[in-house]
Ligand binder design. Structure first.
Ligand code: DGY
Length: 326
């Protein structure tokens, strides 16, 4: 009690209400836009907890300004926007929202896969523009999905869910992950392979990896070159895992059939030329964007903040080292 919490942008009200029940003050950024870095530095001062977004860069400067903040609760499962090492050095708890957004994000990967393979977006545009003159044997022909090979890079929660949902389409499933995934192998007979083999053999490659120094540009010119010219790349993880310039080139030259992207290397900026291409479907980072999921995320982030402020271990603690010795 007596806590002051800052929320960097409006989120579904369930989490805000929960915070309001337990805190002295809950301030929410009233503008429907991300804060500038300077605004963020100003607003974290004098607060005990901050509920932040993946678009907020929580760096050294923020920790230096946020001297009273005990918890940064990220409203996302990915937390590459937070300098966790520095947080730990400052004794600050970092939390995320895993699990609750798994299916929504996996579902969106499928939506992108279908939209890209069956040319849904360009077909829709064509009809709206009044160009539809009747059935045509060569009109917007895409590629089959049923019976094809799905390659999932990263078989964590979301990658696993995405792969399991392929069952109805009788797909052969390959996965690449540092760890064996028994569930995938037992349930759908998925086969663990090297990334190169996965890229060479898959008709659809779906990325589900966290952004780490070692995963940045994991898919670049060389890797795109391993893919079949009839294959599609789907990315709902983090933009910088793909070299977006190299992807634009590959799509332009027809070296792969298409792509479906929800995330970008320098969000919200897109690589030059990307929007001019018809063989890519572009979404504005809405992987977890359902009412049900975003509501659960808001409650989860609020619960994480409250636990941290009470001196309890938050349920979704990212940096357990911060509590060692307490
Ligand atoms: C996450 O939680 O990391 C997602 O990218 C949000 O949609």
């Amino acid at each position: 009690m007596g806590w002051k919490v800052y929320v960097t942008r409006e989120i579904p009200k369930a989490g805000i209400e929960l915070l309001q029940q337990h805190c002295e003050a809950v301030e929410v950024n009233p503008d429907d836009r991300s804060l500038t870095h300077d605004e963020l530095l100003r607003h974290v001062k004098g607060k005990d907890g901050v509920l932040c977004l993946l678009s907020d860069r929580i760096d050294n400067e923020v920790f230096a300004a946020a001297t009273g903040v005990k918890v940064f609760a990220n409203y996302a499962v990915g937390y590459d926007n937070i300098d966790v090492e520095t947080a730990t050095r400052h004794g600050v708890i970092v939390t995320n929202t895993p699990g609750v957004l798994t299916d929504a994000t996996a579902d969106l990967a499928w939506a992108l896969l279908f939209a890209a393979a069956r040319k849904i977006v360009v077909s829709d545009r064509y009809v709206r523009e009044g160009k539809f003159q009747g059935w045509g044997p060569l009109l917007f022909v895409g590629h089959d999905i049923t019976g094809k090979t799905l390659g999932v890079v990263g078989a964590g929660r979301i990658g696993t869910a995405m792969a399991l949902k392929s069952k109805g389409f009788q797909m052969r499933v390959l996965y690449a992950d540092p760890n064996k995934n028994q569930t995938l192998e037992d349930t759908i007979g998925a086969q663990r392979v090297e990334v190169k083999t996965l890229l060479q053999e898959s008709d659809f490659v779906s990325l589900h990896i966290p952004l780490l120094p070692e995963t940045k540009h994991m898919i670049g010119k060389e890797e795109l070159g391993f893919m079949k010219p009839t294959a599609y790349l789907i990315n709902t993880s983090r933009g910088p895992v793909v070299d977006e310039g190299a992807l634009v080139q590959a799509l332009k030259e027809g070296r792969i059939a298409g792509a479906g992207l929800d995330v970008y290397e320098e969000e919200p900026k897109l690589a030059p030329g990307l929007t001019e291409l018809d063989n890519v479907v572009l979404l504005p980072h809405v992987g977890s964007g359902t009412v049900e999921t975003r509501t659960k995320m808001s409650l989860m982030a609020a619960e994480n903040i409250l636990a941290g402020l009470r001196g309890e271990r938050p349920p979704n603690l990212v940096n357990p080292e911060v509590l060692s010795g307490t």
